[in-house]
Each structure stands twice: as C-alpha cells, then as structure tokens.
Design a binder for this molecule. Structure first.
Ligand SMILES: Nc1ncnc2c1ncn2[C@@H]1O[C@H](COP(=O)(O)OP(=O)(O)OP(=O)(O)O)[C@@H](O)[C@H]1O
Length: 821
C-alpha cells in the first residue's frame, strides 16, 4: 500500500484510488472489502500524512466493496467529515454514499486552492497522470509553466489560435483576452488584467497587475485557476454551484424600536442542478431568505457559502455569475424584446462579446424568438417574466434566483414557467425561487417551508412534506392544508408556538439529518474584512453613459405623445399671455415710463419663469422612481451612478434645449423685444430659460430619487411648485427670513435674470407729488436684484447653475443610499 507521495506510474491489478493536490499525488490500491481513508493512523488503513493536505480529516471516508467496485461514504460512516467529499459539488453523504465507477472523479473540500482531487479507476491498466475516464471534465486543464518558450500566457475566452501558451476559458462574462501571465524574472510570475469584468486573486480584484504567490487562486468569470510557479491549473469551471446556508439569523427593529426576528436560525443546503422553492405564508420571510441567499441582504449572524466561499465577502467575484430576477419586471416596456436583450448584453458583457449570437441563444432559451420585435408592453405577463429571465440568462449564470416568477400568471402560464425553470435546472443551473403558487411544486427537487417568524418548518422533497406534516394522503391536493396547519392559532402567540413546534419537530426529524445535517458543508474561515472590491466592473463608464443615453433617448422618443404635449405647453402658455396683453407693450422702455409698467414687466418675467419651472419639474419627476426595479438590478451588476444620472441629464438637456428654443421663439413673436444694454434679448431669454428648465429638471430628478412611488412624486409636485411662486419676489416683498428662504427658490434667480435683461429698474418711476397731500409712492422701486449689469446677470445665472449642481448631488446621494451592498 502506498503511503508516500509519488508520481504515479505503477501498474495495479486492483481498483486504484489516486489522490492529488498541489502538484503531489498519492495512490492507493484497494484490495479489501472495507477501507478507511484519513489522517488518523489508529483508524485509517489508507493513511494520509502530508502536512499540506489540511482538508483531509482524521476520518475522511469509508470505502465498502460493492460488486467489482467500491461505494464511498463520507466521514467514518456515522459522522460526516468536516470538509466533505463532493461529486460535481454535490456532497457525498454518510448514509447513501456514492458508488465509485471507473473514471469517477471526486473532491475532498471545496476551496480550489486546497481541495484534494480523488480519481478512481477500477481498470488495472491505470497509468500516470489524470485518468481520462468518462466522468472527467474535459475543460479541466493544466498548463506547465516550466520551460515555456512562448510568453505571455494568454488567458481568455478566445486566446490567439494555435498558441500553446494559452488558457481558453469560454464564458460570456470572460473577455477575449482577459489576462496575461508573464515571468517576473525571479522565478515567479506576474498576472496582468486586461478585462472588462475583472480578474480576482484570492477574492481581491487586481488593479492592473500583481505578483502571484504559490497557491493563489485566480478567478476569471466563473473559472478558478490555481497558480503554482511550475503550473497553472484550471481547478473549477464554475459550472456547478452549491449553496450552504449556516444558521441564518436576521433580526430587525419595527417602527416602535422593538426587535423582532424574521429569519430564525435557518440552515439548508442547495446542491448543483437543484430547483428549490421557498414557500410559506405571507410575511413568513421568504423574500428575506432569498435575498440572504443571493448575498444582498445582511444577516445578524450566520453565513452563506457559495462553493465553500463566504458569499457576501466575495460578492464582487460572484456578482456576474448570479442571475437574480426580482418580483418587479426588470425590463423597459417601451423597448422590443430584442432591444431589451441587446442593451442588457452590451451593458453587462465584455465589449468584445458577440451580441447577436448571445441574444439569439437567449431568445431560444426563453422560447421567445417569435416575439423578438414585439414591444414588451404588448407581451403577456408570462412572456414579460421570461424576458426578465432572459436578461439574466445573457451572462449564462449557474446560480439563478427568482422572486415570485409566477405571480399574476394563470394556471397554464404558471405550469409553463415552472417547466422552464425545471429545464434551466436540468441544464446544470442551481435555481431558487420564491412562490405562492404551489400547483406545480412537484417539479422542484426541494422546498423550503417557512413559518411565521422565519422558522424553518420543513426542507426536503415536496412530496415528503405531505407525510412530514401528517396529511391524510401523499397527494399534492393537500399541499395548501400545510399553510392552514401552520397558521392555526387563534392568537399570534398561539400561532408562534405552533410554528415553533413544527420547526423543532423538523430539527429532530430524519429529514433534517438527511437533507441538511448530512450535506451541510463548512466553508473557508471568514476573512477579517470584506474583500476589496473594485467599484466598477464591466464596460468603461463613458461607454456605459453612451449606451444608457441611447436607451433612454429611445424610450423618450417612444413616449411621443407626452413629449409633444410637454413641448407645446410652454409656447401655448406664452401665447395665452400674449393674447391677454395684446394691446400693451409690457417690455418696451417707454420714455417716460408709465407708473405700472415695471410691475407688469416683472409679472411677465414671473410668468416666463413659472412656465419654465413647471415644465422642468413636471416632465422628469417620475423618471427615476418609475424604473427603480431596473435600476436596483442593474446597479447590483455594474451600473455606475455617474453614468446613470449622466444619461438622464444628457437627454433632458437636449429636451430642455428644444423647449428653450420653442419658448424663446414664442416670446420673440408674442412680445416686443426690449432694448437690452447687455446682450440681445432673445439670447438672454434663451440662456435664462435653459438654466431655469434645467435647474427644475435636476430638482425633479432629486425628488424622483427621493420618493418611493410615482404617485408620491406626483403628489409632491404642488408642494414644490407653490413655494416657487410665493418666494419669487414678485407677488410679495421679501424681507427677513422670507428673503433668506427665497434664496432656495429657482424662481427668485430666474425672475432676477429676466428682470435684469428687461432692465426693469430703468422702468421705476418717482413718487408723484400732489400739493397738500402725501406723495403717491411708486408701485415699483428699483432693487439690486434687477441691476442691469453683467455682474448681476452672471450672479443670477450662476446661482441657477449652483441650484442645478446641488440637486444633482442630492440625486446622486439619494441613489447611492439605495445600494444593497
Ligand atoms: N428591513 C426590514 N425591517 C423591518 N421589517 C422587515 C424588514 N424586512 C422584512 N421585514 C418584515 O419581515 C417579514 C418578512 O418579510 P418578507 O418580505 O421576507 O416575507 P415574505 O414571506 O416574502 O412575504 P410575502 O409572501 O408577503 O412577500 C415581514 O413582516 C416584513 O414586513
């Protein structure tokens, strides 16, 4: 029996177990009916002593002969080992074990840099190196760095053809040439990133390049490579994802400040390719649990491991590999299906991705090629949901979460959706959904039944739930009775006791041992702090700004009616005003001025600015809040705040320009232009109008970022508009605090600029002296706000620009506060 490390070359006549890790190989010949593998010399006959193989437990596995092969059991056959044995990330259990067949490939532990690969051959002619059995993954590869003639090593989706020094990693999120490996001249190597989605070493995104240390894990898209100065080994293709949730506890405070629990010590295991439904009554904590499993909801304690890595600490590494479809649609209704997918593809995938091919593949996957040119708004609810799923499938994630994908669907569509999800799982994806519709629950591999207060009342196959909850028959027609059973109490206290009882019952049941206890795997110990994560992943911010502006512009153009109404409302309002004043010349400099002329001119300036403010406020106030679901999802992937708000600003600047043009022409036609000593009247009007509209648009974007619903945005409009009227300085004299408050109003500075351009101070009249009586005070007295100087005009315009910047900054901060991570 081999007990030392060797490069395996011998010929064996019995089945052989070959263990390899970190360039070392150990072979055991299996000859007895029972073998025990581990570090414990008193227990193991297949003893492993290598100090670096720390994932090997003292009692790692038991092998029992079964026919001409062996069945392997985890741990000592009773108690699971600490790090577990896995076949394609699915844990081998203590009870059922796993029948080893020729070519079987297993792993001890999950972490790519430390796990031990186990190869089994029943065939006696086994020779050195990795067996090429049917189970071996074809994409697992290694590249020897010793005596390599060609540098650098190209790593990516499509490295140069015919190049030996290359590692091909084929996934949509990987760039064509993602990273390069160079020798550092001192026996080691330097890794250089040239990707859109980032290259991670030991969980940290590298800035530009980094020196590698032996044992470093390099993550590129879904792939994990382990570096050794002699060898680069592709350890994980990321095609299999398992989740281990350990004791998730989430406590929150209600409005009264009292703490309550919404996830109560939940442990579960979701293995690769499983379709898992989170079910339970309303408010049981399903969405909270799902978000915790996605990694976007913090837990008070407990941890979720994705393939053995702490998910929240490594979210940056996994963000592009996780598909998440929230409850609200994450697609724009005024785009066609193809446009939605194309924009999403360009925004999420590396710039060198083959967009057309990815979109076509995705349309086939969601079975919607026949509606590719249909507007999303014209699709059925089920089709719309599938487009949202399609958006997430673009990056080909192997882990997929869906929050109530069947809500609002009729029974037929519900069934179709569940079939689609089953298919996605059968293709090797791990799929988790929250659902209230349980008519087709049998297609799931596991259900998680949550009771009020976030108690785990059951986790296991759906049919076994019926016997667990003691239903009269194992028939899915009784499934809804489980809900009733868990919600039976006449008081909430009583219900809580009932739920706790079931939760305890589950803990003590064999189901728990089988589906949780036997499979739950420990992950790597937590790092002291979160991995440093680059803020931005994906395409460059400028490219993103361009794409978002393109998409937003297209959406605005599609909303033609409301845009036309907004555009014509300014000129129409000006036309009405001109009609009322048709026989007056409110802006002309009369000599001598008439007593009420200045007041009339100011009122007119007030009307111009009020129209501009109203147009600006009302047109953009719903623009952020109405797409908050899409924003939240895209932000989780790679959406930059500056690009997002920048795209809104760019498009609205273009619209403001058009509105300015129309209003200026209307003013020019409707009123005699005053003689302005500073600059031509029309130019002055255009600049003032533009700044007023733009400042109002920025204010409305800030409001839109602040509110939670479109309704709230609409309701806030009058509240914002009324002070603009009151504090404009036209209707009332402003003194003391009122004057200070007026500084916060766009109207004050806008009217100030108009008054300056009209030279309203020159229209001021003297007091009229009447002998024997008090003089009649003039209606208007010149004030510095309207001094016809460049300094004053610049001051008014400048403060309008400051308003704009302040509102934009507020919108930025408000959007940033919505970040889930
Ligand atoms: N951050 C939070 N602060 C306070 N309470 C919260 C918070 N998050 C969730 N809750 C409360 O926790 C409970 C569980 O919420 P969750 O949305 O997870 O339930 P659910 O099972 O998905 O409900 P539904 O089926 O109605 O969507 C609810 O009562 C909810 O109001």
């Amino acid at each position: 029996m081999a007990d030392s490390f060797q490069q395996a070359t011998s010929i064996a006549s019995n089945p052989v177990l070959e263990l390899s890790s970190r360039g070392q190989t150990l072979r055991f010949e299996l000859s007895k009916d029972l073998h025990q593998l581990g570090r414990d010399p008193a227990w193991a006959d297949l003893e492993v002593t290598h100090p670096e193989w720390t994932v090997m437990s003292r009692r790692q596995a038991v092998l029992k002969r079964e026919g001409s092969n062996y069945r392997i059991f985890d741990g000592d056959g009773h108690t699971p080992s600490r790090n577990g044995i896995f076949v394609n990330q699915t844990r081998v259990t203590v009870v059922e074990g796993y029948l080893l067949q020729d070519g079987a490939q297993l792993e001890i532990g999950l972490a790519p840099e430390s796990r031990i690969l186990v190869n089994y051959r029943s065939c006696p002619s086994f020779t050195s190196g990795r067996p090429s059995g049917s189970v071996a993954q074809p994409s697992r590869r290694r590249l020897s760095l010793e005596n390599l003639q060609e540098w650098p090593v190209e790593i990516g989706r499509a490295p140069s053809r015919d190049r030996y020094a290359a590692m091909e990693l084929d996934a949509p999120t990987v760039s064509r040439l993602h990273a390069f490996l160079y020798p550092d001249g001192a026996g080691g190597h330097v890794l250089q990133d040239s990707s859109a989605n980032g290259t991670f070493v030991n969980g940290n995104r590298i800035e530009k390049r980094t020196n590698l240390n032996p044992g470093d894990t390099i993550r590129i898209g879904p792939f994990a490579l382990v570096y050794d100065p002699r060898m680069l080994v592709l350890e994980d293709t990321g095609s299999q994802i398992r989740l281990d949730a350990h004791s998730l506890l989430r406590k929150v405070q209600n409005k009264q400040g009292n703490e309550f629990t919404i996830l109560n010590d939940i442990s579960l295991v979701i293995e690769p390719g499983q379709l898992v439904a989170l079910v339970g009554g309303s408010g049981a904590g399903k969405s909270t649990l799902m978000k915790s499993l996605v990694g976007i909801e913090p837990t008070t304690s407990g941890v979720v491991f994705l393939n053995g890595e702490n998910l929240r600490q490594n979210w940056g590494v996994y963000r592009s590999q996780i598909g998440y479809v929230p409850q609200d649609d994450i697609v724009h209704r005024n785009l066609t299906v193809e446009e939605v997918l194309t924009y999403a593809c360009k925004l999420r995938l590396p710039p060198d991705a083959d967009v057309e091919q990815v979109v076509n593949r995705t349309l086939d996957q969601i079975k919607l090629p026949h509606v590719r040119h249909t507007f999303v708004r014209n699709l059925s609810g089920g089709q719309r949901k599938r487009v949202s799923i399609g958006v997430e499938l673009l990056a080909d994630p192997k882990l997929f979460f869906l929050d109530e994908p069947t809500s609002g669907l009729d029974p037929g569509l519900d069934k179709e959706m569940m079939r689609l999800l089953r298919e996605l799982a059968d293709q090797g994806r791990t799929v988790v959904l929250v659902t209230h519709a349980t008519a087709n629950i049998e297609v799931c591999d596991r259900i998680v039944f949550l009771g009020r207060g976030g108690h785990l009342c059951y986790f296991g196959p759906p049919l076994e739930a019926l016997s667990f909850f003691r239903m009269p028959e194992v028939d899915l027609k009784y499934f809804s009775d489980i809900y009733i059973k868990l919600d039976q109490g006449s008081t909430s206290e009583e219900t809580r006791t009932i739920v706790q009882g079931w939760s305890q019952h589950y803990r003590n049941s064999p189901n728990y041992g089988r589906y949780v206890g036997a499979s739950l795997s420990a992950g790597k110990p937590e790092r002291s702090k979160k991995a440093k994560e680059a803020v931005y992943t994906g395409i460059s911010p400028l490219k993103q700004l361009w794409l978002l502006s393109q998409r937003y512009g297209q959406l605005i153009l599609r909303d033609r009616l409301s845009q036309i109404l907004t555009l014509i409302s300014g000129p129409i309002a000006i036309a009405f005003t001109a009609l009322i004043l048709w026989n007056e010349e409110p802006l002309a400099q009369l000599d001598p001025p008439e007593p009420d002329q200045a007041s009339l001119a100011l009122r007119l300036a007030f009307v111009f600015s009020s129209i501009a403010i109203w147009i600006g406020l009302s047109s953009a106030v719903r623009e952020i809040v109405k797409e908050s679901a899409i924003y939240t999802r895209e932000r989780l992937i790679n959406l930059g705040l500056f690009s997002y708000l920048g795209s809104k600003l760019l498009i609205w600047m273009a619209i403001a320009l058009l509105q300015t043009l129309l209003m200026t022409v209307a003013i020019w036609i409707g009123f005699q232009s005053p003689e302005s000593s500073l600059l031509p009247w029309s130019v002055g009007v255009a600049i003032t109008n533009f700044l007023t509209i733009l400042a109002s648009i920025c204010l409305s974007l800030a409001i839109s970022a602040f509110v939670k619903s479109e309704n709230a945005a609409n309701n806030l409009l009058p509240l914002i508009m009324i002070p603009q009227i009151i504090f404009s300085g036209v209707l009332f004299d402003l003194e003391g605090i009122a004057q200070k408050l007026s500084w916060l109003m766009i109207s004050r500075w806008s009217v100030g600029a108009y008054g300056t351009l009209i030279q309203v101070n020159d229209m001021a009249t003297e007091a009229i002296e009447i002998p024997g009586q008090d003089p009649i005070e003039p209606i208007f007295e010149a004030v510095s706000t309207y001094d016809a100087t460049w300094a004053n005009l610049g001051h008014n315009w400048g403060i309008l620009a400051v308003h704009m910047l302040v509102y934009l900054a507020a919108a930025l901060v408000l959007q940033k506060r919505k970040d889930l991570l």
